[in-house]
Ligand binder design. Structure first.
Ligand SMILES: [Fe+2]
Ligand SMILES: [Fe+2]
Length: 371
């Protein structure tokens, strides 16, 4: 799983980017609970145990064979030149970019590890052989991803103690259906984010300011496959994809998109260093994600609608005001925060009520990672 494990959107405390100088600073950031930061989840294991994938047995078995084949088993190894390359390239970047990059690494490792813990806890607490095997494979992948990013944090002397994070970070309980919607989306949007960055740096290798980006292509295929797994699980339970549940799907789509938009715009330098404009990057990621999610969701957000775009821009503006109000403190600061919270909720509600696109679900569930 990648960057978007946080699904609670709109206004909240943006991750501040002041001073990450030690493992303690990094741990504090990883444990921080804000509306925009990645969370750890737990769920109803009994319900997970009861999932029956037999309606899609052939597609399920084909997917499990891919996990078993494990074509990325040797991918997450650092080359001997890796650390030297970091030192060389990174000596040229500004302190502000360094700070945003470290913030990005910390939120990414937290997201990856969040997936690792959730999948591992599910597999430990169930006996259903299909789901147990799937969760074990996904936990394997996420543990590699988290470990690989953590090595890059260690280059800066700020590696995270993942065991401590597991014991001390707060957990959020989500019903299984919310886990399906949120985790499916987070895996797919994670794929779209990584592949868009990878393609950009493929075209502009001079903008690759850290070697980790070279790993993104094969990496995001893992995330894509994790998303496929949740797509199959949801398609075996058609009631999750119609009727009143469409309101939940709509909510999760908007929450994930809005969270990503606000986060990316609070870290504009990271994208600029890659030659990407955060707004165009985000809409490209939404376009890819929307294409993919047609495999399960009969609705999609109209992200090209100017009113939708204006709404997201407004959410970011409100978030910036909220951060300024927090900095200010005191009664005036509190009142300003309250007014931002109200404005943020109203903007989110207006976005939520905008018309959506509707489509039929395809007969074949699986999609190929072709971007
Ligand atoms: Fe994943
Ligand atoms: Fe991952």
């Amino acid at each position: 799983m990648q960057a978007a494990h946080s699904v609670t959107a709109t206004v909240g405390h943006a991750p501040s980017v002041e001073g990450i100088h030690s493992s303690d600073d990094a741990a504090r950031k990883a444990k921080s609970e804000s509306l925009l930061s990645p969370r750890f989840y737990t769920t109803d294991f009994k319900a997970m145990d009861a999932i029956d994938v037999s309606p899609l047995r052939a597609e399920w078995d084909a997917m499990m064979a891919e996990y078993e084949g494990d074509n990325n088993h040797d991918h997450f190894q650092r080359t001997p030149e890796f650390a030297a390359e970091v030192a060389q390239v990174f000596s040229r970047v500004s302190p502000e970019l360094r700070e945003e990059f470290l913030d990005f690494l910390i939120s990414s490792v937290t997201s990856e590890f969040s997936g690792c813990i959730l999948y591992n806890e599910i597999q430990k607490n169930i006996t259903n052989p299909d789901i147990k095997a799937l969760m074990r494979y996904m936990a394997r992948d996420e543990s590699r991803h988290a470990g690989f990013i953590n090595q890059s944090l260690r280059d800066f002397g700020i590696g995270l103690d993942l065991g401590d994070l597991k014991r001390t970070k707060a957990y959020t309980y989500f019903k299984p259906k919310y886990i399906f919607y949120a985790t499916y989306l987070s895996e797919k949007i994670g794929y779209a984010r990584y592949i868009t960055i990878f393609r950009q740096l493929e075209r502009h290798p001079e903008k690759r300011f850290h070697p980790i980006f070279r790993w993104f292509e094969r990496w995001c295929n893992d995330e894509f496959r994790h998303g496929e797994s949740f797509a199959l699980i949801m398609r075996t339970q058609p009631h999750l994809l119609k009727g009143g549940n469409l309101l939940w799907i709509r909510f999760f789509l908007l929450a994930v998109y809005a969270t990503m938009y606000v986060r990316d715009h609070t870290r504009p330098m990271l994208k600029a260093a890659m030659g990407l404009d955060p707004t165009s990057y985000d809409y490209e990621v939404f376009r890819i994600t929307t294409e993919i999610t047609k495999q399960v969701f009969p609705i999609s957000l109209d992200t090209d609608n100017p009113a939708f775009r204006a709404g997201l821009a407004r959410l970011f503006m409100i978030q910036s005001k909220m951060d300024a109000a927090k900095q200010r403190g005191g009664i005036v600061g509190k009142l300003q925060q309250l007014s931002c919270a109200v404005a943020g909720a109203a903007t989110f509600a207006r976005l939520y009520l905008m018309p959506v696109h509707r489509h039929e679900l395809p007969v074949n569930v699986r999609v190929a990672p072709s971007w």
